[in-house]
Design a protein around this ligand. Structure first.
Ligand code: GLY
Length: 416
């Protein structure tokens, strides 16, 4: 199988590594890829958001499977263009990708499907911000209602900070979504979805704040671990039955059947799971840990979804134990990151690339989240130890990372 992966982050590096481990995959291509993916795939400098450019590349390389990593090409209809040209494609249509691209669409689908989620209000005028803030709190959740990769969310008990973010987003031209705060530990549950068929992967937990103990602003994700020792037995099945399958069925009913990876971000409260958000693609950095645990050949899994035969795929097989991923971020991330710094240890085992490129033969930083480092072990403690030991062998001037990924779970401090 010749596989082409669209995107350039740690998630795409993880997808390529998973495909590389699959003996049926004979050739790997990435577009545009990064300095890490170049070690296992041929990188192609094409515009990942252009259906025409991606179809032309799929033809050029004779792709048997195209996997679209990020949300932006999906929302732009790149999967539709590939399918129309006859390429087996992992990723939803633009219509189904609205589950992430339009928060209003997602709320409407959830309401129709009877799925628990936060109360929400869209605000488009600065004049309406104060009145809307009065209807929420004491913790405000203020979201940029555009594609912001998680970075457009401010969760704060400080009304002035909530107001400032809302005004900033509206002034920049996007609507703001105010949401009621969902209390309880968060779960990222990635599900393979092929119409009505839903197959969950291992549950994971992201760490969205930049600093230890969940201090500082939100980021795209600073680290994750899988599975979740504190999640009650049966909760994954409850989420599938009460949340993901009803949403998948509602999308089928609307004529916008989902095919790809449906990512349910949930808070587990006293009344059970509530949806924080849906995404139309694998999450980053959870994917780096989750796919490290997968024993079933990844090409078979993605191809089954792309070909509409997920219902026939045998049960997924997983490694025992746990996996942890820790993100190494550039100086000043999640603000404007410093780039162009040299990286050492970038080719080591377990080191996945995101914001990297090659300049004059050397690997340098080129984005905010630069690397993600994965460890796996017999339990969470062993996986954490390996991830942090591997991270200690890497250096990037000015960089920072969280030291507590998976720590609260390891110490049994997460309770429902
Ligand atoms: N893990 C957060 C995201 O992928 O959006």
């Amino acid at each position: 199988m010749r596989a082409l992966v669209i995107g350039s982050g740690g998630r795409e590096h993880a997808l390529l590594l998973g495909l590389d481990r699959d003996p049926s995959v004979t050739e790997l291509h990435a577009a545009p890829g990064n300095a890490g993916t170049a070690a296992i795939a041929t990188n192609h400098a094409v515009d990942a958001n252009s259906g025409d450019a991606v179809v032309a590349l799929a033809r050029e390389v004779g792709a048997d499977l195209v996997v679209i990593g990020p949300e932006v090409p999906l929302v732009h209809g790149v999967a539709d263009a590939l399918r129309a040209a006859g390429f087996p494609t992992f990723g939803p249509s633009a219509a189904a990708a609205q589950i992430e691209g339009s928060k209003a669409f997602a709320k409407d689908v959830m309401a129709a499907a009877g799925v628990a989620t936060a109360r929400a209000e869209s605000v488009t005028s600065v004049d309406d911000v104060d009145g809307a803030l009065d209807r929420f709190g004491p913790v405000w959740v203020v979201k940029d209602d555009g594609l912001a990769a998680g970075k457009g969310v401010v969760v704060t008990p400080d009304r002035d900070a909530a107001r400032a973010h809302a005004v900033e987003v509206i002034t920049a031209g996007n609507p703001v979504l105010l949401e009621s705060f969902l209390d309880g530990p968060e779960v990222s549950l990635f599900c393979l979805v092929d119409g009505d068929t839903v197959v969950p992967l291992l549950p994971a937990q992201d760490h969205k704040r930049v600093g230890d103990d969940d201090e500082g602003p939100n980021t795209g994700g600073m680290g994750a671990y899988t599975p979740l020792p504190w999640l009650p037995d049966g909760m994954v099945q409850t989420i599938v039955d009460d949340v993901v399958r009803p949403v998948a069925a509602e999308l089928v009913k609307r004529g916008t059947a989902f095919s790809g990876l449906l990512y349910a971000g949930l808070a587990i409260g006293p009344d059970g799971p509530s949806v924080v958000e849906f995404n139309c693609r694998f999450g980053d950095p959870e994917t780096q840990a989750v796919l490290d645990m997968l024993r079933t050949p990844l090409g078979d899994v993605l191809e089954a979804v792309a070909n509409g035969t997920l219902a026939d795929l045998p049960a997924l097989e997983w490694h025992d134990g746990s996996a942890v991923v820790v993100v190494l971020a550039a100086e000043n991330y999640p603000g404007t990151p410093r780039t162009g710094d040299p990286i050492t240890g970038a080719a080591n085992d377990g080191v996945l690339h995101a914001g990297t490129k090659v300049v004059d033969g050397a690997i340098v930083s080129s984005g905010g989240r630069v690397l993600s480092v994965v460890g796996r072990g017999a339990d969470l403690a062993a996986a954490r130890a390996q991830a942090y030991e591997r991270l200690s062998q890497v250096s990037l001037p000015g960089s920072h990372f969280r030291t507590d990924i998976g720590k609260a779970a390891e110490e049994g401090r997460i309770t429902l």
